[in-house]
Ligand binder design. Structure first.
Ligand code: PLP
Length: 349
């Protein structure tokens, strides 16, 4: 990977803001360097009066042990949204460079690119939501900097073919961003184990789904250490707040809880699948490696509206290309799933 050719030229020279916590990193008795409050905090937790660790060293150490990857390959963001935006801003010259996405997919890649005035080249997924790797490779030009692959994909739920992803990694000189937000629910392994093989691979994961911490806004990005260093340089200095770091440290000791929740999710996913099958207007339930099902059903929009009347909210994807007449349904707990099925039966039968 030639990072110099991928990054916007000025990013290499850029000098980051140097915070008080950057200029002195040891342990001291008296801290009068950051204009913090010397008398306490309006929070019950007195630690909140201090600026948080801008490097998130402790959190990264724990993630490093769990993911079996050095801390120099880890970047943390305010949700996955922040790394998505930083990656685009680091690499794409506005009105010059482009990114490739494969719709139907997660909306933030397009939103971030548009916000940064970066061209979006769309290579739609096939009808079965598999990737058209050949068309992706044909769509690359000299200004293509990034290819976004969402696997398992939102909203379709399927994982992308591993070899097809590898083909793109091997033939593309820019960065391939693999969004693994739902990887914990998948029968497929994370691509993390192949980071050493592909220096142009960037992996996104999140605490929002399997970890059950959507409110924390904490996203993980794994990549070559040189690229991680660039992201760390251009991020806002205190992008992960102190409360989030504290809660993440706690959560990272509870992998057994995560595993239990994933097991429950998978059980309920298959329960929901079989219950939906008994509804005659359900035309198709797509395979899912995630914590949701994409369901093709007659008159999807009307059913969506009727469910809202019953105070049950699913995601209407019927207006999305290749998802015509589809609802995306998050796997709920037993009670929620039973309530959904019972209302659907009343509406559809
Ligand atoms: C939910 C989701 C995320 C997570 O976003 P956060 O900002 O970390 O909450 C990322 N990618 C995809 C595809 C998702 O569906």
């Amino acid at each position: 990977m030639n990072l110099k050719k991928i990054l916007r030229p000025h990013i290499l020279q850029l000098k980051p803001y140097s915070s008080a916590r950057d200029e002195f990193t040891g342990k001291a008795d008296v801290y009068l360097d950051a204009n913090e409050n010397a008398f306490g905090s309006t929070s019950d937790d007195d630690r909140m009066r201090r600026y948080p660790d801008p490097y998130q060293s402790e959190v990264k150490e724990k993630i490093s042990r769990i993911k079996e990857i050095p801390t120099e390959n880890i970047f943390l963001g305010n949700g996955s949204d922040e790394p998505i935006d930083l990656i685009i801003r680091a690499c794409c010259r506005p009105a010059v460079d482009n990114i490739i996405i494969m719709p139907p997919t997660y909306g933030m890649y397009q939103v971030s690119a548009e916000l940064n005035d970066v061209e979006i080249r769309k290579v739609p997924l096939n009808k079965d939501f598999s990737m058209d790797a050949e068309s992706v490779l044909k769509t690359i030009n000299e200004n293509t900097k990034l290819i976004f692959i969402c696997s398992p994909n939102n909203p379709s739920g399927n994982s992308m073919d591993r070899q097809a992803v590898r083909d793109i990694l091997a033939s593309f000189e820019g960065l391939v961003v693999i969004d693994e937000a739902y990887i914990d629910f998948s029968k497929e392994k994370s691509f993390i184990s192949e980071l050493a093989t592909y220096s142009n691979m960037v992996i996104l994961q999140t605490f929002s789904k399997a970890w059950g911490l959507a409110a924390l806004r904490l996203g993980m990005c794994f990549a070559h250490s040189e690229f991680i260093a660039v992201l760390s340089k251009i991020k806002p200095p205190y992008n992960i707040n102190g409360a989030t770091q504290e809660m993440a440290l706690n959560a990272l000791d509870k992998i057994s809880v995560l595993k239990e929740m994933v097991e429950k999710t998978l059980t309920q996913r298959e329960y929901l699948r079989s219950a939906l099958k008994s509804i005659p207007t359900v035309r198709e339930i797509y395979p899912s490696d995630a914590n949701f099902l994409l369901v093709k059903i007659d008159q999807a929009r009307k059913i969506y509206d009727k469910l809202i009347e019953k105070l049950i909210i699913v995601r209407d994807r019927s207006g999305v290309k290749l998802c015509e007449d589809c609802l995306r349904i998050t796997v709920g707990n037993q009670k929620e799933n039973d309530e959904l099925i019972s209302q659907l039966k009343k509406i559809c039968l």
